[in-house]
Design a protein around this ligand. Structure first.
Ligand code: F6P
Length: 332
């Protein structure tokens, strides 16, 4: 094997640049050429290829975002788009591809693997919803970003003795909400994986007030929705609708904060840089050894390779112990 390529795809995540750096530097160590593909699968189809050298990734380990950019590509869902992608890779002499992204990006990678291009997936999404790895690149940084925001909200919530509903990202999963809710000392964490009972939420808030709590902070994962125990079908439920319900039922002053895309940026944490460096380097070694069709993940403290088709047939579960513990610790 003489040459590999690397791309980033899906929602960007802090630490992607550290992973790109590890791919390029490890490839250089093994005398492999590296092509950087701009804008994910869109750039793969439109031949947006750049040569990367060990110096190309100087001074990026600490930067959020991705120097290769990312873009959604509906073209890649077509056979013509996939054929063009394979043709471009072959024309460039690329024999292996590292895909840094989420499960949707890995599904695209499986199509390239079927066409004979060896692909290794590196899990990178702030949602941390990729199975076969304890952590995806970006998750730790995002949890820290949310905890910093909760700390700031806690100050004003205490000053004005208010209820705050804080919506966090996570797409259809509650990993960010659970970790940040526990670390941030939130009174309640609402996640898609656990049916939300708004009347129970209100009882907890009133109970906290009677215990002398100066405020309550409710973390809501953006994927929370559907039928609440109140019997009200809140299909498009959001933090705002939950906030209105709490205010109406408890009479307490309530405010809502939707953290949004600040959760996607920022300098990656040390943990994310270490995970990114380990996974990026292992991906290159697997390609060099002739392997493809796998993702790499960190499991406990080891780096583990899992066939993509096995990984993509699983769903990563949230740790409901975090949910139970957060509520125990905030209930007193
Ligand atoms: O998958 C990462 C993520 O940030 C999700 O948590 C969020 O729902 C989504 O991307 C937002 O997508 P976009 O950046 O296209 O608005």
């Amino acid at each position: 094997m003489d040459k590999i390529a690397v791309l980033t795809s899906g929602g960007d995540a802090p630490g992607m640049n550290a992973a790109i750096r590890a791919v390029v530097r490890t490839a250089g160590f093994y005398q492999l050429g590296v092509i950087g593909i701009m804008r994910g699968f869109h750039g793969l189809i439109h031949d947006e290829f750049i040569e990367l050298h060990p110096r190309s990734v100087a001074d990026v380990i600490h930067r959020g975002g991705t120097i290769l950019k990312s873009a959604r590509s509906t073209e890649f869902l077509t056979p013509e788009g996939q054929a063009q992608a394979v043709k471009n890779l072959r024309n460039a002499g690329v024999e292996g591809l590292v895909i840094i992204g989420g499960d949707g990006s890995f599904r695209g990678g499986m199509r390239l693997q079927s066409a004979g291009i060896n692909v290794i997936g590196v899990p990178a999404t702030i949602d941390n919803d990729i199975p076969c790895t304890d952590y995806s690149i970006g998750f730790d940084t995002t949890v820290n970003t949310v905890v910093e925001a909760i700390n700031k909200i806690r100050d004003t919530a205490t000053s004005h003795e208010r209820i705050y509903v804080v919506e966090v990202m996570g797409r259809h999963s509650g990993h960010i909400a659970l970790y940040a809710g526990l670390a941030g000392g939130a009174e309640t964490v609402l996640v898609p994986e656990v049916d939300a009972d708004l009347d129970d939420l209100c009882r907890r808030i009133v109970g906290g007030y009677e215990l002398g709590k100066a405020h309550s902070i409710v973390i809501v994962a953006e994927g929370v929705g559907g039928d609440f125990q109140t019997g009200r079908n809140m299909e498009e439920s959001s933090a705002f609708q939950i906030g209105d319900y709490v205010k109406e039922k408890t009479g307490f002053e309530t405010r809502v904060t939707v953290l949004g895309h600040i959760q996607r940026g920022g300098n990656p944490s040390a943990q994310d840089r270490i995970i990114a460096s380990r996974l990026g380097a292992r991906a290159v070694e697997l390609l060099k050894e002739g392997h493809g069709g796998h993702m790499v993940g960190v499991v406990h403290t080891d780096i583990k390779a899992t066939p993509l088709e096995d990984a993509l047939n699983q769903q990563k579960q949230v740790d409901l112990e975090f949910h139970r513990l957060a509520h125990i610790l905030a209930s007193q």
